[in-house]
Design a protein. Structure first.
Length: 280
């Protein structure tokens, strides 16, 4: 069995590098859409897993929910606290691991994660934790990158220059219905996937690369692991992907990144009991 502790430590170091909150501020619309898709209600208790600098936690708090955001990067949690305070929103930010959530069983009405839980090394354990802390009839709302997205292309390119650890499944599996059904199994009574996209908008492909190289931790970590010649090749291949996807019609970048919006409903305990009685 693969020892995931060193892998998780390297992930924490990568996400701590740069300043992910700078990138997160460009994709706030994803969190706002997700909160609408799960139809949040004021007063619901909501957990945002792998909250980063709090995009989705803050979006849920804007809708009058009782919100907790959890992440394993302390610097990002501090940024989330700052952002929530500016809007006078009451969000509890907690340091913790998506694979070992420090909350009692069935303690949340809704569990959300935007490009977050999909990166947990032990995917089965992370999915199990989402289900464990969710009450019967509660909703899981996720925004995940599928394999054929522009982000999937970034990950594949990064893997050519810095191969991922053996024994760890690709994060983009969370963007496929087949794998989600395996992860959640019969613990959910419904599962829907809706393809969406968010635009990367930058002045040029070079501007985009410089931004990601400086602020997006995992990309920055790959660059820092390479010799100058390989850094150049890696950067060129990333820019080629962005340019190929560009739809601006000019020298600026407006490249859509597809993602899958996932909404799942946990089985209601009473309904499961009735089904068992009916088949007895």
């Amino acid at each position: 069995m693969t020892n995931l502790a060193p892998i998780k430590e390297r992930q924490q170091e990568a996400w701590s590098a740069g300043d992910f909150s700078r990138f997160a501020s460009t994709i706030v619309i994803v969190s706002e859409r997700l909160c609408e898709s799960v139809d949040l209600r004021a007063g619901q208790r909501v957990l945002d897993v792998a909250t980063g600098s709090g995009n989705t936690a803050i979006a849920a708090a804007r809708r009058g929910c009782e919100v907790v955001g959890i992440d394993y990067v302390p610097a990002l949690l501090e940024r989330g606290k700052e952002r929530a305070a500016v809007e006078y929103l009451d969000v509890e930010f907690v340091e913790g691991d998506a694979e070992d959530l420090p909350f009692p069983d069935e303690s949340f009405d809704v569990v959300l994660s935007t490009f977050g839980v999909m990166f947990a090394p032990d995917q089965e354990r992370a999915a199990s934790e989402l289900l464990r802390i969710l009450r019967p009839g509660g909703k899981i709302g996720l925004a995940n990158f599928p394999p054929d997205s522009l982000a999937g292309g970034f990950f594949m390119t990064a893997a050519k220059f810095s191969p991922p650890p053996r024994g760890v499944r690709a994060a983009v599996l969370w963007g496929t219905e087949e794998w989600l059904r395996q992860l959640f199994g019969d613990a959910v009574e419904s599962l829907s996937l809706d393809r969406q996209n968010v635009l990367l908008r930058y002045r040029s492909a070079e501007d985009w690369l410089e931004f990601f190289r400086q602020y997006f931790g995992p990309i920055r970590a790959v660059f820092e692991s390479l010799e100058p010649e390989r850094q150049e090749r890696f950067g060129r291949q990333l820019m080629d992907l962005v340019i190929e996807a560009n739809r601006s019609g000019d020298d600026t970048i407006a490249s859509p990144v597809d993602y899958v919006e996932v909404v799942a409903v946990k089985h209601r305990a009473v309904d499961r009991g009735r089904r068992a009685e009916a088949t007895a």
